[in-house]
Design a protein around this ligand. Structure first.
Ligand code: DSN
Length: 415
């Protein structure tokens, strides 16, 4: 298939992006490659249709097929995550989180979430986001001793601050999150508990990370990270909160749902119910653990001492290179990572002492432990000489060859 269209300018850029994705090593922990079914569903005529409302309660005519598609997505989400109610309309993870704030809180209420500098997300109470602007946001951090969540400390902050909503979940935390403990704390102070499982949703779906179902009042996620669906959001809750959540999503914060994306969510949720998907999630974790070990063997410091999930943070301080310098040098070498603050970082968010590495995308391509070793060696070699242009060029050529052995979109597009 050719990626071709009349708007040659845009299609040329799309072709280049396709080439970049196919011939780079994507280690950005929140990214993945969707397969051809998800791609086709997202690029279909459902994009034409308005369907404000919910199945059987729409504000437009002509929604019969859309009702069925949305109902399939909802049912699959409910079965996969073991919840009473699912709303598949949020356009993103941030929208899903905003819907929970809208449903559960009044402006000015107190929320307790993980500090963004310690691995939390913008929407968990960071100052520049609605969550930190319109609410009284307080935060918990990881322990200075072991860089892991300290539930006694979280409990004592909750007792002091009396939040109305506690958020469990992270964008850069590599250890298991104990949702049962979080619920105990929430009950003790009379707070709602929201679990944001955006990063670990695929692992939770596969039973490889404890599920927040039964503990969290609200569960939010994106659908495009480990879950490997289209870019979008999803919010789930108990039956008694269903009405509140539905009216928070529409008409509270959104208008027309993106029905092409909802159809693609249905397809991805269907795939997530298969044994093949569970095996994929097992390999994501095996690859992340192996990669963290190889990086440690090469002299890098792994934050929190290792990983239980799909990602880990690397402290570059022992290597005398900043996260920003590493990101730039690695990108020039065909290896995509993101700079990341590490807990108690002394550098600014634009510079950082660390990088975040994740294995969902390279595992989708079929890479296993042996490839993790090769990738770690390449990262180490590049970071030993971050300004060496010709070394970056030769690494880039090596990366391209390696990617050719694990074809993904070149199976369906002429590239
Ligand atoms: N921006 C995402 C990430 O990279 O983790 C979180 O939403």
């Amino acid at each position: 298939m050719k990626l071709d269209g009349k708007d040659t300018k845009v299609f040329e850029l799309m072709r280049r992006e396709l080439d970049r994705e196919e011939y780079s090593l994507i280690l950005i922990a929140s990214e993945n490659y969707v397969n051809e079914d998800v791609l086709a569903t997202q690029g279909c005529v459902l994009t034409n249709k308005y369907a404000e409302g919910y199945p059987s309660k729409r504000y437009y005519s002509g929604c019969a097929y859309l009702d069925e598609i949305e109902s399939i997505a909802i049912e699959r989400a409910k079965v996969l995550f073991g919840v009473d109610h699912a709303n598949v309309q949020p356009h993103s993870g941030s929208s899903a989180n905003m819907a929970v704030f809208y449903a559960a809180l009044e402006r000015g209420d107190t929320v307790l979430g993980m500090d963004i500098a310690h691995g939390g997300h913008l929407t968990h109470g960071a100052r520049p986001s609605f969550s930190g602007k319109w609410y009284r946001a307080v935060s918990y951090a990881v322990s200075a001793e072991n860089e892991m969540l300290d539930y006694d400390e979280i409990r004592s902050i909750a007792r002091k601050e009396r939040p109305k909503l506690i958020i469990a979940g992270a964008s850069a935390y590599s250890k298991i999150i104990d949702f049962a403990k979080f619920r105990e704390i929430a009950d003790e102070v009379g707070a709602y508990l929201m679990a944001d499982i955006a990063h670990i949703a695929g692992l939770v779906a596969a039973g490889l990370h404890p599920s927040p179902a039964g503990y969290a009042h609200f569960i939010t996620t994106t659908t495009h990270k480990t879950l490997r669906g289209p870019r979008g959001g999803l919010v789930m809750c108990n039956a008694d909160l269903a009405k509140k959540i539905d009216s928070a999503v529409f008409p509270g914060i959104q208008g027309g749902p993106l029905m092409h994306v909802i159809a693609a969510k249905a397809v991805a949720l269907g795939e997530a119910m298969t044994e093949e998907f569970r095996e994929y999630q097992r390999q994501i974790i095996a690859n992340a653990k192996h990669m963290a070990k190889c990086m440690a063997d090469l002299g890098f410091r792994i934050v929190s001492g290792g990983t239980d999930n799909h990602l880990f943070l690397v402290d570059l301080t022992p290597k005398n290179v900043t996260g920003n310098e590493a990101q730039i040098a690695l990108e020039a070498s065909g290896i995509m990572v993101n700079k990341n603050l590490i807990p108690f970082d002394t550098k600014t968010p634009g510079v950082t002492s660390g990088i975040r590495l994740g294995t969902p995308a390279i595992t989708t391509r079929g890479m296993k432990e042996r490839e993790m070793e090769i990738i770690c060696e390449m990262i180490d070699a590049v970071l030993k000489r971050p300004g060496d242009r010709s070394f970056m060029d030769s690494t880039r050529a090596r990366v391209r060859e390696m990617c050719k052995s694990f074809p993904f979109y070149s199976r369906i597009y002429d590239i």
